[in-house]
Design a protein around this ligand. Sequence first.
Ligand code: COA
Length: 278
Amino acid sequence: MTSERSEADTVAYSVENGIAWVKFNRPEKRNCMSPQLNRQMMRVLDELEYDDSVGVLVLTGEGTAWSAGMDLKEYFRENEAKGLGAVRQAQSEAYGWWRRLRWYQKPTIAMVNGWCFGGGYGPLHACDLAFAADDAQFGLSEINWGILPGGGATKVATNLMPMRKAMYHAMMGENIDGTTAAEWGLINEAHPADALRERVTEVANVLLEKNPVALKATKDAVRRVMEMTYDNAEDYLIRAQEAANSFDNDGRKEGIKQFIDDKTYKPGLGSYDRTQQG
Ligand code: COA
């Protein structure tokens, strides 16, 4: 038995003023990730990635949850009953869209409106930036039902938090609120729930003003260099900038011109005007 909501309806989205608002849409199941939702999310990401009307993607949740992690019934129990093939298939569908999101063409923001558990840490980490309601709840609840935080969740915790915090978080099965999640490094900022969307919109609007080729190169570079030696990173960054130049050399030249020749802006204080680019 699977849930009654149709596969297409497990994810909702709208595009407004350059921002794609994508929602986990199983509020009656606290937006836990079923195989259906995972397949639909990949379709939605596919559809929006090269859509010119989208400059920033925000991932949020309908109802009281961001995502209550993997669906214990439809993702775990039902697939385990079918055998290893079904388990691996479900894993690749879930991990597949998280990987796709980690390296997404557009900047991505997690807007965590409520519960965020276990498997939810995969897409949380996949988003470039993360903002939460100060009363949102974050937990590695796996230990509470007898498994380790898999599906990348342990890796996410150690990537984002200092070792003692990650260890406590993974072993104790206690939740932390949005304010603590910001202090521990899981997210960028926490805000009162009724101010969250406004702050995320403000951040998205700043990103919309930046050069999109430079943004993609930058977000990839931050993730890549974390695993490199200094010398490898130095070399990678040279190559990455030269590759970016082949897609958008004019933007970079325009940025220099508006500062050095036109004196119309200062890069230390804001972005150049992309609408002036010939
Ligand atoms: N897997 C499967 N079903 C889930 C689920 C999950 N991860 N999270 C919530 N649900 C289902 C519940 O079984 C319930 O279904 P029902 O209405 O058919 O009984 C429905 O969603 C509502 O959940 P409920 O527990 O009644 O909501 P709540 O608001 O009281 O509590 C949570 C919310 C998130 C605290 C609670 O649902 C929970 O602990 N979920 C599991 C979280 C978890 O450990 N996730 C890690 C998975 S890796």
